[in-house]
Design a protein around this ligand. Structure first.
Ligand code: CP
Ligand code: NVA
Length: 309
C-alpha cells in the first residue's frame, strides 16, 4: 500500500517513533559535514520529489530540497501560479500525471481536502507540507527537538497559547499518539477544530485540556508553543488580534513553566505579537534547532513514505 503522510495518524505511533530515531541518528552521523554532501548510504539515490506550493514557504521548501539532496535524490518545485493546477486542472488529474514522473509528491495547500484528494488519486506517496488543518512535518521537527533536549516526549506536558490553528491540531494529534499532555489556551472563537480534539480523545488516553486561561495551560509545562495569530490565507482582523492579545508569550508566562521549560515556534514569527523578543531570543528558546530539525525529521518522513524505514 502506498504510504502517505497527510496526518500523523497515517503513520501511527510505531512508525513515528522509528522515524524520529532514524532522524536523530542520521543527524548525529553527518554533524559537521558540508550541507549538500549526501549521507553515505544515499538511500534515495535516483528518487525525485515534486513539491507543489499553493502558499509561501521558506523552511518547508528549503528543508525538503536539502533533505532530498542529502538522501541522494532531487526535487522539482512547482509553484501554483505557474502550473496547470493553478489554472483549474483537477487535483485527481494532477495526481495521476505526477505519479507517472516522480517518486513522491509534497503539497502545501489551503485546503486539507485537496491534500487528501491528491493522495487518493496518486500512486506515489503524498506528504502534507501544511494545510489549513494540519502541519505534521512541523510537529515531527518539534518532537525531534524535544527528544534531543529532554530525552523523550512521553509523559511531557506541552502548553499552547494563542490561535487554535493547523499547528496546534498536529500537536494535539501527536500528544494522543505518543502519550504526552497538551494544554491549549485559546480565546473564544479561536479554539481548535472540535473534530481534531474528538479524534485525539478517541486515539489517546490523554485528552487535551482546553482552557481560556494562559497561566493554567503553562503551569508546570515542559514545552510552551505558539504560532502566528493570522495564518496564511486568513484576513488580517483587528478583532482577532485583540482577542489574542492576552495570550502573548511573555517572560512572566515562561516563568510559570518548569524551570527548564522550552519555547518552540514553527516560524515565521510576528515578534511583539504572539511572543516577545525576550522569550523567542531567550535562553529557553529552541527555535533554531527546531527550524534545523525540519530537515532531519523530513528525511525520515521521506524514507518512511518510500518504504526505506
Ligand atoms: N514553519 C514553516 O512551515 O515555515 P515555512 O512557512 O517557511 O515553510
Ligand atoms: N499557522 C501558520 C503556520 C506557518 C508555518 C500558517 O498556516 O500560516
Amino acid at each position: 500500500m502506498t504510504r502517505h503522510f497527510i496526518d500523523l495518524v497515517d503513520a501511527g505511533p510505531d512508525a513515528l517513533r522509528a522515524m524520529l530515531d532514524d532522524a536523530r541518528t542520521r543527524k548525529q552521523v553527518r554533524a559537521g559535514w558540508p550541507r549538500g554532501k549526501p549521507d553515505l548510504d544515499r538511500p534515495l539515490d535516483g528518487y525525485v520529489l515534486a513539491m507543489v506550493f499553493e502558499k509561501n514557504s521558506t523552511r518547508t521548501r528549503v528543508s525538503f530540497d536539502m533533505a532530498m539532496r542529502q538522501l541522494g535524490g532531487t526535487t522539482i518545485v512547482m509553484d501554483a501560479g505557474s502550473t496547470q493546477l493553478g489554472r483549474g486542472e483537477t487535483v485527481a488529474d494532477t495526481a495521476r500525471v505526477l505519479s507517472r514522473y516522480v517518486d513522491a509528491i509534497m503539497i502545501r495547500t489551503d485546503d486539507h481536502a485537496k491534500a487528501r484528494e491528491l493522495a487518493e488519486y496518486a500512486s506515489v506517496p503524498v506528504i502534507n507540507g501544511l494545510t489549513d488543518q494540519s502541519h505534521p512535518c512541523q510537529i515531527m521537527a518539534d518532537l525531534l527537538t524535544i527528544i534531543e533536549r529532554k530525552g523523550g516526549v512521553e509523559g511531557t506536558r506541552w502548553a499552547w497559547l494563542g490561535d487554535g490553528n493547523n499547528v496546534l491540531h498536529s500537536i494535539i494529534e501527536a500528544g494522543a499518539l505518543l502519550g504526552f499532555d497538551v494544554a491549549a489556551a485559546c480565546p473564544e472563537g479561536y479554539e481548535p477544530n472540535p473534530a481534531v480534539v474528538e479524534a485525539a480523545r478517541r486515539i489517546g488516553n490523554r485528552p487535551p485540556l482546553l482552557t481560556r486561561d494562559p497561566r493554567e495551560a503553562v503551569a508546570g509545562a515542559d514545552v510552551v508553543v505558539t504560532d502566528t495569530w493570522i495564518s496564511m490565507g486568513q484576513a488580517h482582523a483587528e478583532e482577532k488580534l485583540a482577542a489574542l492579545a492576552p495570550y502573548q508569550v511573555t517572560e512572566a508566562l515562561m516563568g510559570d513553566a518548569t524551570g527548564d521549560g522550552i519555547f518552540l515556534h514553527c516560524l515565521p514569527a510576528h515578534r511583539g505579537e504572539e511572543v516577545v523578543d525576550a522569550v523567542i531570543d531567550g535562553p529557553q528558546s529552541a527555535i533554531w534547532d527546531e527550524a534545523e530539525n525540519r530537515l532531519h525529521a523530513q528525511k525520515a518522513v521521506l524514507l518512511w513514505c518510500l518504504g526505506k524505514l
